[in-house]
Design a protein around this ligand. Structure first.
Ligand code: GLU
Length: 434
């Protein structure tokens, strides 16, 4: 649970105090630090900074659910709307035992900077319910989703706040959310994105975050001098994002040598049979059950001698404890906030290129925008159009970020945040509230 302390903004000067062994920051403190470094770089005044750093609205709700065994269990849910200067609040909903207010607040802020960086007309939000979905039946998850949607419905709206999938939520979850909202307010497909295609979801949305990571890797490797032909890749996480990255990355000539999930990792030096691993997981197994692989731990995966490392699971997996042992030359942040500020500084000082989350994983929210636009217009795009527009959006965002990093001689993360902060500040200024 968040404390008042975690809400306190981090002083910009804290960056200077970062060193190996220093205490890591909470997720919102870390994102605030990334923001402050960018605000320093672009020269945002103190009073404007306070408005842009802190969330507009934070909603905490009770979510009581009658479980299958007849007990009533009380869950806690959150929806944090961080900034809406550039458009309706936008961001996913996660179901996870660690989903507390500080984490949801951090993820909401990241969505503000992500939507601004890829230049889609949305603000940033995030939702979460603190629960363990792996211990819940489908019927329990459906009841939880419907009740949570009802509890936050008065801050939602197709022009106000539009949820989407995130960790442990999927197209089915969005179908329940859409139905729960629509049964109160009338048929509203644009109230959520990431829906099943049959309910107005977009072709290509399911693969979009992973596909965006692959497009971004292609651009980053070209401009940063990493040859992808025969390059080795390790992917932490085999959920929606990780499994799509694993299936699509071979198109760049890379070889996936390791993947993992909550039960552990699997490794094969001459390359995994990704389709076979995927089939094992689809049939209800874990990546560790795949045939002909060596089992490794999640921690070992992060330290493998590979060219490209793709953390695609949870936040804060590369920290002050393991950053000096990461051997990859390129880290693609497919997850949100997988690298802590201390680890980020260590990787930078060791010459490792880190492509930040707000750029690398922006493909998901980008296709969410396409889905929302299709719903509003009652018009469907084919998958080639979706992927083509995604490619253009990702490549434009990469080119802007890379150019800014080169011109200002700064790391990619600072460049990405600098572009995003300038855009949000400008929009807020034009609207007259900073
Ligand atoms: N949960 C995804 C993210 O973190 C997608 C959000 C969305 O599509 O609104 O970017």
């Amino acid at each position: 649970m968040a404390t008042d302390q975690t809400q306190a903004p981090v002083a910009a000067g804290a960056a200077g105090g970062l060193s190996l062994g220093s205490v890591e920051l909470s997720p919102f403190q870390a994102v605030s630090l990334f923001f402050d470094q960018a605000a320093d770089h672009v020269g945002v005044s103190d009073e404007v900074r306070e408005v842009l750093r802190t969330p507009y609205r934070e909603l905490k709700v009770q979510v009581p659910v009658r479980m299958d065994d007849g007990r009533r269990q009380l869950f806690t849910g959150y929806r944090v709307q961080h900034n809406g200067a550039r458009g309706p609040y936008k961001g996913g909903v996660r179901y996870h035992p660690a989903a507390d207010l500080d984490e949801v607040r951090a993820l909401a802020a990241l969505m503000t900077w992500k939507t601004a960086l890829v230049d889609i007309p949305f603000g940033g939000a995030k939702g979460g319910v603190q629960c363990d979905p792996s211990a819940m039946s489908d019927a329990e998850k459906e009841k939880l989703t419907r009740r949570f949607t009802q509890m936050i419905s008065y801050v939602l709206g197709e022009n106000r706040d539009i949820p989407a999938p995130d960790v442990n939520t999927d197209a089915q979850t969005m179908a329940w959310m859409m139905d729960a909202y629509s049964s109160r307010y009338g048929y509203t497909p644009a109230i959520v994105t990431g829906k099943p295609v049959e309910l107005g979801g977009s072709y290509g949305r399911d693969a979009a975050t992973g596909r965006g990571v692959v497009y971004c890797l292609e651009d980053a490797a070209r401009d940063r001098g990493v040859d992808l032909q025969g390059a080795t890749v390790a992917i932490q996480g085999f959920g929606n994002v990780g499994s799509w990255v694993a299936r699509l990355i071979g198109s760049l000539g890379c070889r996936v040598v390791a993947v993992s999930d909550v039960r552990g990792g699997c490794y094969r030096g001459d390359g995994l049979d990704v389709q076979a691993v995927y089939d094992t997981v689809r049939e209800g197994g874990s990546v560790v059950d795949a045939a002909g692989v060596e089992q490794i731990s999640n921690a070992e995966l992060l330290e493998l001698d590979v060219d490209v490392l793709v953390p695609a699971a949870l936040d804060r997996v590369i920290t002050d404890r393991n950053a000096d042992r990461v051997q990859a030359r390129l880290v693609m942040e497919a997850a949100n906030h997988p690298v802590t500020p201390v680890a980020d500084a260590v990787l930078h000082s060791r010459g490792v290129t880190v492509v930040p989350d707000i750029l690398a994983n922006a493909g998901g929210v980008t296709v969410s925008y396409f889905e929302w636009a299709q719903n509003i217009q009652q018009y469907r795009w084919d998958e080639d159009r979706v992927n083509g527009e995604l490619r253009k959006t990702m490549s434009r965002a990469w080119a802007n970020t890379h150019a800014r990093a080169v011109v200002d001689a700064i790391p990619l993360r600072l460049a990405a945040f600098a572009i995003a902060v300038e855009r949000v500040e400008r929009a807020a200024h034009l609207r007259g509230y900073v």
